[in-house]
Design a protein around this ligand. Structure first.
Ligand SMILES: Cc1cc2nc3c(=O)[nH]c(=O)nc-3n(C[C@H](O)[C@H](O)[C@H](O)COP(=O)(O)O)c2cc1C
Length: 344
């Protein structure tokens, strides 16, 4: 593997944004949310106005349990995207994840598109982001956290994506031990996430033993990085190889259930194909405490901060109506109320 240079990194990041916006990159799998339904409550015995979406996480109060999932930074287009996401996250008091900061750690001039975020979102729960495979030394993560004054760190696991990328880093041997060392020395929470293929119950148990504070399942059913990488490639054979993985991964609903069952004491974030507030409610009822979404926010951020605000509000109002119609006054009651498995 040769280390990618600055221009190669910039062009990869620009490609990722373009391909996500222009091509059909949806997974061939569904999220599994269609297998679950709330029991409708004709007599909810509560006033809509009293429905409470507040959540506290890692010492920060959130107005609602939503996360703008990690996306971008390090390329020109990312500066306005991150600015709009930051303004909206600050206004709506929801959590925000940054895209991988690796390139900005290597090239100072790429930092700006990450650093604008704290300027516009001084109070949000902010996640720094680095690939677990790039975890060569603790100092690397500390610098990523300091660069943006983050409250927590996302470590992303993306073995399949790296294997499909011509310039990918596939040295995944011995990673768990490195993660464990990191969780012991960092003084902020470390959250491990996938990028759209899910995390199994068994892996979650190992990560919990390694000291991670939460797991974001980032399951299958939404954006497929096999498809994104496919559309970046010119070589026909490589495109076919990537295309074989359209149906790969653990669907999001299945991954939440596995992780929650395997490590009930651990905080679970749900993401991967969450596209509306009913689906978000299903994630919460299955045991998640925070629900993330990426692609819908990318589209909104191409327009304006107001458009991102509107997208958050649509998620929130739909979640509230779901809670009202299933008789859940707050997030804790959602898990207790009836979510029925109606799948095969
Ligand atoms: C344009 C774009 C860039 C992304 N870059 C990153 C990244 O740098 N780090 C990361 O952890 N996840 C990254 N992701 C993955 C998302 O955080 C998320 O896990 C995945 O897209 C599934 O969510 P979705 O189906 O709601 O899009 C990116 C997603 C998109 C759409």
């Amino acid at each position: 593997m040769t280390e990618p240079g600055e221009n190669q990194i910039k062009s990869r990041k620009a490609d990722h944004i373009r391909v996500n916006l222009e091509e059909d990159v949806k997974s061939g799998l569904t999220t599994g949310f269609e297998n679950y339904h709330f029991l409708h409550q004709a007599l909810p015995e509560l006033d809509f106005i009293d429905i409470d979406l507040h959540q506290e996480l890692f010492g920060t109060n959130l107005n609602s349990p939503f996360l703008i999932s990690s996306m971008t930074g390090g390329v020109e287009r990312a500066e306005s995207i991150n600015t709009f996401l930051a303004i909206a996250a600050q206004e709506k008091k929801i959590a925000l994840g940054l895209g991988s900061q690796r390139a900005a750690l290597e090239y100072d001039q790429l930092k700006k598109s990450f650093q604008v975020v704290r300027k516009f979102a001084p109070d949000v729960l902010l996640f720094a982001n680095v690939g677990a495979v790039q975890l060569n030394y603790v100092d690397f993560c500390r610098r990523a956290i300091e660069m943006v004054s983050a409250n927590a760190l996302f470590l992303h696991l993306n073995p399949l994506q790296e294997a499909l990328q011509p310039e990918g880093d596939t040295r995944f041997g011995g990673l768990l031990e490195k993660i464990e060392k990191l969780t012991h020395v960092l003084n902020i929470p470390v959250v491990v996430k996938e990028v759209g293929w899910g995390i199994s119950g068994e892996t979650a148990r190992k990560l919990a033993n390694a000291g991670v504070a939460a797991i974001d399942v980032a399951g299958a059913g939404g954006t497929s990085w096999a498809m994104v990488e496919k559309f970046r490639m010119n070589d026909e054979m490589k495109r076919r190889v990537a295309d074989n993985f359209r149906d790969w991964g653990i669907p999001t609903a299945e991954s939440i259930v596995q992780v929650h069952h395997s490590v009930p004491e651990l905080s679970v974030f749900a993401s991967g194909g969450v596209r509306n507030g009913v689906e978000a409610a299903k994630c919460l009822a299955l045991g998640a405490c925070l629900v993330g979404s990426a692609a819908p926010f990318l589209k909104a951020a191409m327009v304006s901060a107001e458009e991102v605000v509107k997208t958050i509000e649509e998620f929130e109002i739909t979640l509230k109506i779901t809670m009202f119609s299933s008789g859940a006054k707050d997030l804790a009651s959602l898990e207790k109320n009836g979510l029925k498995y109606t799948g095969r």
